[in-house]
Design a protein around this ligand. Structure first.
Ligand code: CA
Length: 462
């Protein structure tokens, strides 16, 4: 062996040992679990069997719920699509890097995307030997440098924009909802309903990689509009009289099938016990057919209906099954949890805002994972804070509101007049959290100006 090769191997061994010492609690690399993150899109809080829905049946999601913990206070970081996904994949409040609106679908723009200054945690998993897959919707920038294959995913399948037709579309490159579906950057023909296609791809991914640790971000666009279910599935929901609700329900049912196919593939390949699964919606249901009952508000708002979502965590044999977990958890926690289980050090230059949830979920740590969770929605200048059971809301230009979520999950009784001291204290917390954040995307050069910070066709969901 040549001396420099021997020296390189010795150095590698030293680095490996040092890493292990830094992560004393981390599992040995051979025991590293798979991590599957399933995200639905614009699913109403009430719209799954495990959430108590009476008209939308989701047997596969219900089975997933029964196999793990139903997080009854599960949150995402933003009340609409792209910022929420940016918070999930960086493990940091997206306001820290100004990604607070949906990027416009502009493949030629080098500004409309999740800033390249940020690290997506799947890239750290890939560097440590995980196979990392993305299937579904991207919505984090259309120019090539923003694509998932450039941001840490070793296998990719899906569409780059914020939404897509589900069936019978005519490919029109450049039009967001009609772009080609890409496998590893190359267009492919899709022969079946898009949601079912994503399920087939996910089942194939987990089966092919059964002998190595993997991470899969299965990012459905269902049940986001346009609701284009199959005729067969629509017929199964004939009991729902409202046409729009019927189409939406059928779309969720197809999503449930796709999840079921993925879970069946995990089971058939013997990976149930070594796969940690998260499931949640990227934001609350919008106005229209979805139901966020009993929450107030909807997608786009910082009332609970905007970002308090259906949320499951399953890892058979490692965390409890068939129980509720009531302390607040966040999509921010996915990154910290995944990195800890993979034995990968979290970045120190840009610290994660989430925590490794496993000790909390097992009961090893009986404290709540978060003292405080914050939200900011810059388009409407809204902000919110959950501290324990107290919820502070500043909805647009309206005066601050205060709610007790333990007794008033529906945010019906504003306590701000009764407890102005608490309002002032929570307002101070929100101000302190926001102080280091860039004021608007405009200040990062991402369109608009200080006077008019939002491009006319951006910000709101398409
Ligand atoms: Ca969404």
């Amino acid at each position: 062996m040549k001396p420099f090769i021997a020296a390189a191997i010795a150095l590698l061994a030293f680095v490996t040992v040092s890493r292990a010492a830094d992560n004393a609690a981390a599992p040995a690399p051979t025991n590293r679990p798979n991590i599957l993150v399933i995200v639905s899109d614009d699913q109403g809080y009430a719209d799954a069997g495990f959430q108590g829905s009476k008209d939308i049946v989701t047997p596969n999601l219900d089975r997933l719920a029964a196999s793990g913990l139903h997080c009854t206070n599960g949150y995402v970081t933003h009340p609409y699509c792209s910022p929420s996904r940016a918070g999930l994949l960086t493990g940091r409040y997206q306001g820290r890097f100004g990604h607070e609106r949906n990027p416009r679908y502009l493949p030629e723009s080098h500004e409309e995307g999740l800033p390249l200054t940020e690290t997506l945690f799947p890239s750290l998993l890939a560097n440590s030997g995980y196979t990392t897959g993305w299937i579904g919707k991207w919505h984090l920038g259309a120019a090539p440098e923003f694509h998932p294959g450039k941001r840490g995913f070793t296998e990719t399948f899906g569409f780059i924009g914020g939404g897509h037709h589900y069936q019978d579309w005519k490919v029109k490159p450049g039009t967001e909802y009609n772009v080609p579906i890409l496998r590893n950057g190359k267009p492919v023909e899709v022969k079946q309903h898009l949601t079912l296609t994503f399920g087939h791809e996910a089942a194939d991914f987990v089966t092919r990689h059964k002998d190595q640790p993997w991470f899969l971000y299965l990012a459905f666009n269902a049940p986001h509009t346009p609701h284009e279910p199959t005729a067969e599935r629509l017929a199964k929901f004939a009991n729902i009289k409202d046409k729009k609700r019927r189409e939406y329900a059928a779309q969720i049912s197809l999503l449930d099938d796709a999840v079921g196919e993925t879970l069946a593939a995990l089971h058939a390949s013997g990976q149930d016990q070594r796969t940690l699964i998260f499931f949640f919606s990227d934001n609350g249901g919008p106005e229209g057919p979805p139901s966020n009952f009993p929450l107030r508000g909807h997608k786009g708002e910082v009332y609970e209906g905007g970002m308090h979502v259906p949320f499951l965590i399953s890892w058979p044999g490692h965390i409890p099954a068939g129980k509720d977990y009531t302390p607040a958890v966040s999509s921010l926690d996915v990154a910290a949890t995944a990195l800890a289980l993979a034995g990968v050090a979290a970045p120190t230059d840009k610290p994660l805002d989430g925590v490794n949830l496993i000790p909390f979920l097992t009961g090893e740590n009986s404290a709540s994972p978060h003292d405080k969770l914050f939200w900011r929605e810059s388009h409407s200048l809204s902000a919110a804070l959950r501290a324990g059971d107290s919820k502070f809301v500043r909805h647009g230009e309206k005066p601050a509101e205060l709610y007790d979520l333990k007794n008033d999950l529906g945010e019906k009784t504003d306590l701000s007049t009764a407890d102005p001291k608490k309002v002032a204290a929570l307002q101070a917390d929100v101000d302190a959290w926001m102080k280091p954040l860039p004021k608007h995307l405009a200040f990062l050069g991402l369109g608009g100006s200080a006077d008019k910070p939002w491009p006319d066709d951006a910000g709101k969901e398409p």
